[in-house]
Design a protein around this ligand. Structure first.
Ligand code: ZN
Length: 233
């Protein structure tokens, strides 16, 4: 039999497909007899179970929501996790019902942010055995970002400004906390300019304290170091 590669599918011509030029379909490997363990199974450490609440933007007794460790191309990308080490199909009825309520709540919170048109909700679960749902905000007016390829565009687009990102996280966390749980992401400190009538010393003091706050925040955000490889899995 001739080993002709399969034709490139039609979606590569869609305006939402992020790449252009000559493409080939990758050769498929042979299927493995036994799949490797994911994080959190077969003795592999569970990143979610090991992470403290401070690595999250919001938490309650049974659920936690976390962000990436730095801004990405989309206005906000969040992950909803159960606190218990369970996968989707293992959820007892109480958690299954709460998952529905929280999914709706989180979608609405993210959609209420300025400049967000749609929220894509995904669950893959190939990287970690601990339940985690992805929420990706699609910027308003960016029609090319509609649909399937949004997670790819997230890595392609230039990162959004950090203050905007932090503000978005704080707004979503505050929205969730209105219903219960703890808001862990705080709004960005406003770095205002001291008016000319203020003494130079006062202005210098303010600048210094703002600097400290910024450094503290950076240290905090460096804490839940998530690698790119753990994303979208
Ligand atoms: Zn776990």
């Amino acid at each position: 039999m001739p080993d002709t590669p399969p034709a490139v599918p039609n979606f590569t011509q869609w305006p939402s497909f992020p790449f252009e030029g000559d493409l080939r379909v990758r050769q498929l490997d042979d299927p493995v007899a036994t799949e490797p363990h994911r994080h959190g199974e077969g003795g592999r450490e569970c990143i979610a179970c090991d992470a403290p609440d401070e690595a999250y933007i919001w938490a309650d007794e049974r659920w936690r929501v976390r962000a990436m460790d730095r801004p990405t191309g989309l206005p906000v990308v969040l992950i909803l996790e159960s606190r218990s080490h369970l996968d989707l199909g293992d959820l007892p009825n109480l958690l299954a019902a709460e998952l529905g309520v929280l999914t709706v709540r989180l979608e609405r919170a993210i959609r209420s942010l300025d400049g967000v048109s749609r929220v894509h909700v995904n669950r893959w679960g190939d990287g970690s055995a601990h339940l985690h749902l992805w929420f990706l905000a699609r910027p308003y007016g960016r029609l090319q970002l509609r649909g399937t390829f949004l997670p790819l565009w997230d890595s392609i687009l230039p990162p959004i400004p950090e203050p905007t990102w932090r503000e978005n996280l704080a707004l979503v966390a505050a929205w969730l906390a209105d219903f219960g749980g703890r808001q862990l992401a705080e709004p960005t400190r406003i770095r205002w300019q001291a008016p000319a009538s203020f003494g130079a010393v006062e202005a210098a003091e303010h600048a210094e304290s703002a600097e400290h706050a910024e450094t503290a925040k950076e240290t905090e955000s460096a804490e839940p170091a998530r690698t790119k490889e753990t994303r979208l899995s």
